[in-house]
Design a protein around this ligand. Sequence first.
Ligand code: SF4
Ligand code: SF4
Length: 337
Amino acid sequence: MSHYKLHSHCFLTKGPLRSIIVDLERRRYETIPCDMHDLIDSFKDGHANWAAILDPYAHEDRMVLNQYLDWLLTKEYVFKYDTTHQNLKPVPLIYESAFLVDSAIIDLSSDSKYSVPKVLAELAVLRCKSLQIRDYDGYHARALTEAILMADDSFVCNIHVLLKATERSLALAKLLLTSPRVSSIVIHGCSARLISDLREFSDKRLTYTPTLVTNEACCGAISERYFTVNHRCASLGLFGNTCLYKKISVDRFGNIKNCPSSIESYGRLQETTLESALEDQHFRSLWHITKSQVEVCKDCEFRMICTDCRAYRKDMSNLLSKPLKCNYDPYSAQWSA
Ligand code: SF4
Ligand code: SF4
């Protein structure tokens, strides 16, 4: 009698027309037919024996099921399970965060009149670990660079910077890269000449694009390119929102929001603090919207690896409406242009 079991770092998600199998260790996923999903589901705990599973099927069908099993074993999604494996503990899908804020977004443009050092100081008090700073027009790029380099006592360990291409952006990027906290820099709106200069520069943290990011409305795109196959996204997605959970933002006008594209503001930085905004029950209510609650997404095979967007929705009057910028239809398994 042979028993097989799904590795605990793998999981299945079923859609209307097809399913996916996700491997969190190798950070990859593959689409599979729904009948393969059902087959794996029937033996994945290691309790059912393979001969008993095959028993009701005709000879030709058994050949197909055996081919499925060979493929699953070759890909190391499943393994042959016996009594020697009984003490193996599954890897739990648990997301834990000790602090009130996990991530933040700060937007900057020529409209911004608030103090970046003040925001950084408040984020340090809140023990925020990850920060994204988006500079749309280069107006405050120099002050922003200085503020990041001066924030020596900050708790932030990952800073992702979006910089508008200007004559000074390469010099500022080089300065920023002297900070170990800066994890990535993207320079947007690059001319062909700047791109040629940037090609000489070999720091992997620095990337560039000719596309101009003009304001917060450029955010919220959903695409296969942005699917996130990792333990954090899969475990967080079980109970929280994969974009907004424990996130706080300051838009370019200094309004405190869940994200800079959100309509609701929880006060201006000049008049209140990030900590006060976090105390608002409504602010935190968005943190717990999961994909299994969102219309269409709840049926989609990609729901466990797709990030969410609550700011741009198909139906803005419905908080649980599908993300506006998703062109995937799980009921036809097609991406439209
Ligand atoms: S909710 Fe949407 S617009 Fe806001 S940060 Fe997330 S993806 Fe971007
Ligand atoms: S339907 Fe929802 S889960 Fe599926 S790809 Fe679009 S946004 Fe992601």
